[in-house]
Write a protein that binds this ligand. Structure first.
Ligand code: PGA
Length: 260
């Protein structure tokens, strides 16, 4: 295993999206917390839940090896912003992560990269780790624009962060055409974009070069290990498969298999 890969722990993060209710969440959280006890040091697991269930995550995952987070944060710290959830509110419930710039927010809520950059700042200020999502549409990929698109999305965030802040983020490469479609990027396609993002991060500083770069988009137990074995793929952001404890735990195990 190449040296620089060995020193980055694998990170597997579930993105529950707008799924779940109290009763089914409890079953899922307990199963994940119990199953994750066998994970070793090289793997960290977390779930990003809908904001109303942060207290439940804190109650049921607190003390386990599974961390939790939110799927978005406001670009504001507080004030007259009806319906928004501030990063500091998520931090009140001991959240570790905040997804920012998920393609569903970009597509359905018109979030552009400058706003995503501010959200990443707000998350960091509140002590949360932002998971900055980037990814191209199928049309952009077919037009050879993948690197330009993801590069521009990441650059907007790197521009506003100090080196010390940038060294604390997580990046998730999520090709839009692979999300929820069952059609994952091939390992070669994913690794190529990850290497490109890694080089861009390295351009900021050596410490930033080492931030985790996760792959997301139809990760499942069957393809996780091959993806995670790639040099620049440090784990996954898992949508659909994170709603089934066995699948999510199998994906965590796949990360374990390639991390030791
Ligand atoms: P998926 O979603 O695993 O269901 O493709 C990933 C994501 O949107 O984060």
């Amino acid at each position: 295993m190449p040296k620089e890969q060995a020193k980055r722990a694998k990170l597997v993060i579930g993105n529950w999206k707008m799924h779940g209710r109290l009763a089914e969440n409890a079953v899922l959280m307990q199963a994940v917390a119990t199953g994750a006890t066998t994970l070793q040091k090289g793997v960290r697991a977390a779930v990003c839940v809908p904001a109303p269930y942060l207290a439940q995550a804190q109650a049921l995952l607190g003390g386990s090896v599974v961390a939790w987070g939110v799927q978005d944060v406001s670009a504001h710290t507080q004030g007259a912003y009806t319906g928004e959830v501030a990063a500091g509110m998520a931090a009140d419930f001991d959240a570790t992560f905040a997804i920012v710039g998920h393609s569903e927010r970009r597509a359905y809520h018109g979030e552009h990269s400058d706003l995503v950059a501010v959200k990443a700042q707000r998350a960091l200020e509140a002590g949360l780790t932002p998971i900055v999502c980037v990814g191209e549409t199928l049309e952009q990929r077919e037009n050879g624009l993948t690197e330009q698109v993801v590069g521009t999305q990441l650059e907007a965030v790197l521009l506003v962060l100090s080196e010390a802040q940038a060294a604390k983020i997580v990046v998730a490469y999520e090709p839009v055409w692979a999300i929820g479609t069952g059609k994952s990027a091939t390992t070669a396609q994913a690794q190529q974009v990850h290497a490109f993002l890694r080089a861009q991060l390295a351009g900021k500083s050596a410490a930033v070069a080492d931030v985790p770069v996760l792959y997301g988009g139809s990760v499942k137990p069957e393809n996780a290990e091959e993806l995670f074995a790639q040099q620049d793929i440090d784990g996954g952001l898992i949508g659909g498969a994170s709603l089934k404890s066995n699948d999510f735990l199998a994906i965590c195990q796949a990360a374990q298999n390639v991390s030791v």
